[in-house]
Design a protein around this ligand. Structure first.
Ligand SMILES: Nc1nc2c(ncn2[C@@H]2O[C@H](COP(=O)(O)OP(=O)(O)OP(=O)(O)O)[C@@H](O)[C@H]2O)c(=O)[nH]1
Ligand SMILES: [Mg+2]
Length: 313
């Protein structure tokens, strides 16, 4: 049986091998990887993709463990992918993640994949985009994408996710958390984590403050207003409520047609990104000026893969 069939049947080992193939930089693997992707693509698309960001230590991995356990207990299959732009300097974080998600990792309905350790942020995220396709083909209902909040990464990850969740701490101050207005504007949900013990009042106050400041932002294009809440990832409180918010969002975006529209926009973003990365800015600009990219976008909508289009250039 081919790797694609094994993945589609939900074989976790095969899924891991498939992602390794996608991440490989060997030229002979690239072709196989693209073939695999093409075969998996028709079986993909049915999940909800949730991006989770926040400063180091805010509790992203603990949150994922908690929401992951909730989802698997409801019979859902959950895949966790990580994008760690700091992993080259900070190789400990991946190990930390694995031990922090040990219960989820042991669950047969969960699949956890650490971040590839080399490459540019855009390059890594581009591989994650393809890994999502493989996970969906393997039948995962929810894809959780963890990324450390270090500026650039949030915008990149928001181009992979349907719902973008920002985890924060009470009392850390916006400056300290590196939260720029732009990132708050990207978030569909804001959560004050570690709302437990002595910290509950602080967390509630911070939530109120964020709610107030969100009012000053312009409405989002999709008609959604970001929701603010508190949770304790450690004690698994407030997690179900967050999942209900995500579900509400998903239902709303499906019925308005935004979910598909947004995914199409994201695919186009990655097409432009890849062309730039592969051919350089100069060539990209001339293709843009010639109207060639508009033609490629049309082909993409008809179901061609980005790689097929790139090799046609
Ligand atoms: N009190 C309390 N501690 C928490 C909570 N969530 C996480 N922690 C603790 O905070 C520390 C960091 O948690 P992680 O889940 O590793 O945080 P992270 O955001 O994934 O960190 P990086 O992957 O390094 O960016 C750990 O010691 C957790 O036990 C919470 O809800 N309450
Ligand atoms: Mg983590």
């Amino acid at each position: 049986m081919g790797l694609d069939q094994q993945i589609i049947e939900g074989n976790r080992t095969a899924l891991g091998q498939g992602i390794t193939l996608l991440e490989s930089t060997l030229p002979e693997h690239e072709k196989q990887a693209q073939e695999l992707l093409k075969l998996c693509l028709p079986h993909s698309g049915k999940s909800i993709r949730i991006g989770i960001t926040g400063v180091p230590g805010v509790g992203k991995s603990t949150f994922i463990e908690s929401i992951g356990k909730l989802l698997t207990s409801q019979g859902k299959k959950v895949a966790v992918l990580a994008i760690d732009p700091t992993s080259e300097q900070n190789q400990g974080s991946i190990l930390g993640d694995k031990s922090r998600m040990h219960e989820l990792a042991a669950n047969e309905n969960a699949f956890i994949r650490p971040s590839p350790t080399s490459g540019t942020l855009g390059g890594v995220a581009n591989k994650t985009k393809d890994s999502i396709i493989l996970c969906e083909a393997a039948g995962y209902d929810v894809i959780l994408i963890e990324t450390v909040g270090v500026g650039q990464s949030e915008t990149t990850v928001s181009n992979l996710a349907d719902f973008f969740l920002l985890l924060m701490l009470a009392g850390a101050g916006d400056e300290l958390q590196g939260i720029k207005r732009g990132i708050m504007e990207l978030a569909d949900g804001l959560i004050i984590n570690k709302s437990d013990g002595d910290n509950i009042t602080n967390a509630n106050n911070a939530a109120l403050e964020y709610k107030r400041s969100l009012h000053l932002f312009p409405a989002m294009e999709n008609g959604w207003t970001a929701e603010v809440s508190t949770c304790s990832a450690l004690e698994s409180r407030g997690i179900l409520e967050i999942y209900e918010t995500i579900n509400k969002f998903d239902t709303q975006m499906i019925s308005s047609g935004w979910k598909n529209k947004n995914r199409e926009k994201q695919t186009i973003y990655w097409l432009h990104h890849r062309v730039k990365e592969e051919l350089g800015n100069k060539k990209y600009n001339s293709l843009l000026a010639e109207g060639k990219l508009k033609i490629l976008e049309k082909e993409l909508r008809k179901g061609k893969t980005i790689y097929q289009l790139l090799s046609s250039l």
